[in-house]
Ligand binder design. Structure first.
Ligand SMILES: NC(=O)c1ccc[n+]([C@@H]2O[C@H](COP(=O)([O-])OP(=O)(O)OC[C@H]3O[C@@H](n4cnc5c(N)ncnc54)[C@H](OP(=O)(O)O)[C@@H]3O)[C@@H](O)[C@H]2O)c1
Length: 386
């Protein structure tokens, strides 16, 4: 089927650039990074919004709320958004309806939403008389959420890998002590991530050695209201008295050594964002399989010289086969100082070419695109510490 060629004004193109920038402020995870900008009939910038993560307002609703707070009438305006507006009622209302209700006349979006329950926003908008064009900056929008699109396509959760290590890549000392390598600020950051993920995963050995609780807790050690599912991966069972069992029944034993099977089990349990916390054999297994979508490393200015290495082999024998990673500017940036630690944020390097080069910044007054490019698209006790 021939796709219609859509044209976009210079103000829409500028707005999409701003929307792509705004999207980077959100966290990676179960939902994609999405940014939205509302442009007035005269091409003026009216409002910007972005998505702050699962369970919060979508970017379009955020932009509409920002406009409403500023007393701006959106009738006749254009919504420029990096992903097709959703059509479903999840934890937030459908964006397509919010756009219709606000009286916007036009929608320009970059790429289709690959999620079956969410897809279809464009059709709803058109049926309500809103003009819809798509494909503007599609390459950059796909690149922005490249790994998220892959996870959706694979029907597996988005995977964040967590490593808390010393300068010499140790995650525990020779005697097994590991609490705490990270400073309190890093621990707080880690618990903030735990609070918004669906599941946290460790290996059986970590449960046996460290007896962690794996809950999301505040600086006083009190559990937050929302807790991730606690998953333990490995053939051995979870001891009856293990702290990870807790008393809320939200613990899952994954009796496998296959990371893909573990993710499939977690997906079936409803998890869409999983954080893998260790130990080294589990970290290595997920990295070896290419199943890590985001890497968060807390680097402590500490040396141990011996002890448990963060990784125990990725099957790489020669430098040419090294795993390459890219600094991730999203979600707080690539490098942050947290207390005395550094927090490094990376994503796997894409297979080839520099990122986002499909959509050179247009110099003409109008840019064009084919419609609908396929969107494949802290403190703790001695035991039960973390
Ligand atoms: N600094 C940190 O943030 C941090 C976080 C976590 C852990 N740690 C440290 O990490 C150390 C534990 O690391 P570890 O590597 O010994 O244990 P681990 O990765 O926690 O667990 C390894 C066990 O998981 C099971 N398993 C499941 N899938 C596997 C796979 N694909 N490959 C290999 N084993 C698999 C195996 O047990 P089965 O026989 O049951 O299958 C294996 O013995 C501890 O010292 C802990 O303190 C540090």
């Amino acid at each position: 089927m021939t796709q219609p060629i859509h044209t976009f004004s210079a103000s829409e193109t500028r707005a999409m650039d701003t929307a792509l920038e705004a999207a980077l402020q959100g966290p990676r995870g179960a939902n994609p990074l999405v940014g939205a900008v509302v442009v007035g009939p005269d091409g003026s910038h009216l409002a910007t919004g972005y998505h702050r993560g699962a369970g919060t307002a979508h970017a379009e609703a955020d932009a509409i709320a920002a406009a409403a707070a500023a007393g701006i009438d959106l009738r006749g305006a254009t919504m420029v958004v990096t992903l097709e507006p959703c059509n479903h009622v999840g934890r937030t209302g459908p964006c397509a309806q919010a756009i219709i209700d606000a009286g916007l006349a036009h929608v320009v979006y970059a790429v289709d939403d690959p999620h079956d329950p969410a897809a279809g926003g464009a059709a709803t908008l058109r049926a309500a008389g809103v003009s819809v064009r798509s494909g503007l900056a599609a390459g950059r929008a796909l690149e922005l959420n490249r790994r998220w699109f892959e996870a959706v396509e694979d029907k597996r959760p988005f995977v964040t890998l967590h490593i808390a290590q010393t300068l010499d890549s140790r995650i525990a000392a020779e005697d097994g002590t590991s609490q705490w390598i990270s400073c309190p600020e890093s621990l707080a950051d880690n618990h903030a991530i735990r609070r918004r993920i669906d599941a946290i995963l460790v290996g059986t050995q970590t449960v046996l050695v460290d007896n962690p609780r794996l809950t999301a807790r505040d600086a006083n050690g009190d559990a937050f209201g929302e807790q991730p599912l606690r998953a333990v991966m490995g053939r051995r069972g979870i001891p009856e008295d293990a702290a990870v069992r807790g008393d809320d029944g939200r613990v899952l034993h994954l009796p496998t050594r296959d990371p893909r099977e573990a993710l499939s089990l977690l997906f079936s349990a409803g998890a869409r964002h999983v954080m893998v916390e260790g130990g080294s054999r589990i970290l290595s297994a997920f990295l070896s399989e290419g199943l890590v979508d985001e890497l968060v490393m807390y680097l402590a200015p500490t040396l141990l010289g011996s002890g448990t290495p963060a990784l125990n082999g990725l099957g790489i024998a020669t430098l040419a086969d090294a795993q390459r990673w890219e600094w991730d500017a999203a979600s707080g940036g690539a490098v942050q100082t947290l207390g005395r630690d550094l927090r490094l944020h990376l994503l796997p390097e894409r297979p080839s070419g520099p990122p986002g080069n499909e959509d050179p910044v247009p110099t003409a007054a109008h840019s064009t695109s084919t419609d609908s490019l396929p969107a494949r698209a802290a403190a703790g006790e001695a035991t039960g510490g973390y």
